[in-house]
Design a binder for this molecule. Structure first.
Ligand code: ADP
Length: 341
């Protein structure tokens, strides 16, 4: 019998581990997304058989206008290409093109105790921020688990803010496997060396729905404006006051944009430099760092077909993987026609 090559998200047959991660099209890509996750997407796209989801079902928990969501999804594909993902070497997919993600989520919902999702710290934080308390928000990490394991992915490049969600994914896998047999592998995180990036307000994590982001593809003047608005060390009132770089978000971000981070820290600590000049320097460095990607994004956006072609190719690559998993799942849980004996 001839051996069929395993379905692959790259053109060559592969035995590489599989990677999946998702990003919500609920706003523009920001520094937290890039430093915490997107840079790893690019670094890992060859090492693993890589699938990147634009998770529009997830974004429905915060974006409530159809045209806006479609447009944000389009823009997020451009962001993913501009940061360096290559659709010939990975698969970029739109979650809603593969509705089995939602089907598997429902199946997991019948396995997951409500207490597991209620204790999720991200859910609690979202409620504290005043997000609509929908069943979708509560179930968010269950859909996330389905996203990952529907491809039997074992590597998940995410920011450290996703730690609790990934642990929950592993618990869901264990609970499902206990009930129905060993179908899913347990996924693990692949982190960058960035900590959770704080927002311009300095108090909450930078996040699309929090309104505290520095979008990486914003116009240079907008980046300058946002960096200048960042909250720094609240105890440094006067220019001559010594600063505390460890609590200053601007100082922390300098770590990623230039090799002189320790000197910058020292300047703040000794009040040799002021917050304004440290911010101005950061803004210029961010603009320069993302300039080539911004230019590439403009070139890509000029071709109206790029986005849908990318998504179509991604969908075609992953469909066999997902079909195989869902056939196994449906057979195990007992939905669909009786199995042949
Ligand atoms: P957002 O919170 O902005 O909506 P997503 O939920 O779409 O972002 O997350 C996309 C990726 O970016 C995830 O891997 C997430 O861990 C990462 N990420 C988002 N915000 C941050 C942050 N402030 N610091 C580090 N990583 C982040």
């Amino acid at each position: 019998m001839s051996q069929t090559a395993p379905a692959s998200a790259s053109s060559a047959p592969t035995t590489r581990e599989r990677l999946f991660t998702g990003i919500q099209p609920s706003g523009a890509s920001h520094l937290g997304n890039y430093l915490g996750a997107q840079q790893n997407y690019v670094a890992l796209q060859d090492r693993y058989e890589s699938i990147y989801g634009i998770v529009d079902y997830h974004a429905l928990t915060t974006v409530h206008d159809g045209e806006t969501l479609r447009s944000l999804t389009h823009e997020m594909v451009l962001d993913m290409l501009a940061v360096g993902l290559d659709p010939d070497r990975c698969a970029i997919v739109r979650q809603s093109d593969l509705p089995e993600h939602a089907e598997l989520c429902w199946i997991f919902d019948t396995v997951v105790p409500v207490s597991w999702v209620e204790r999720n710290p991200t859910y609690k934080a979202a409620l504290a921020e005043g997000k609509e308390n929908s069943a979708g928000l509560l179930n968010y990490p269950v859909l996330q688990a389905a996203d990952i394991v529907i491809y039997k992915a074992t590597v998940v490049p995410v920011g450290k803010d996703q730690d609790a969600h990934l642990e929950l994914s592993r618990e869901i896998v264990r609970a499902f496997n206990r009930r129905y047999g060993e179908i899913f592998p347990e996924p693990r995180a692949a982190y960058t060396d960035a900590p959770i990036v704080m927002g311009t307000d300095g108090t909450r994590k930078m996040g699309k729905s929090a309104g505290n982001t520095i979008p990486i593809f914003a116009e240079p003047d907008e980046i300058r404006r946002l960096v200048m608005s960042m909250v720094t060390d609240p105890q440094r009132i006067k220019r001559t006051d010594p600063g505390r770089p460890e609590v200053c978000n601007v100082c922390q971000l300098h770590r990623f944009f230039g090799g002189d981070y320790l000197q910058i820290q020292d300047g703040e600590r000794t009040a040799r430099t002021g917050c304004v000049e440290t911010k101005q320097l950061l803004a210029e460095r961010i603009i320069e760092f993302f300039r080539p990607m911004r230019e590439q994004r403009l070139r890509l956006a000029a071709d109206a077909r790029v986005v849908e072609e990318t998504l179509g190719a991604g969908r075609d690559k992953v469909r066999p993987i997902l079909d195989a998993t869902m056939a196994e799942v449906r057979a195990a849980v007992g939905i669909g026609p009786r199995r042949e004996v």
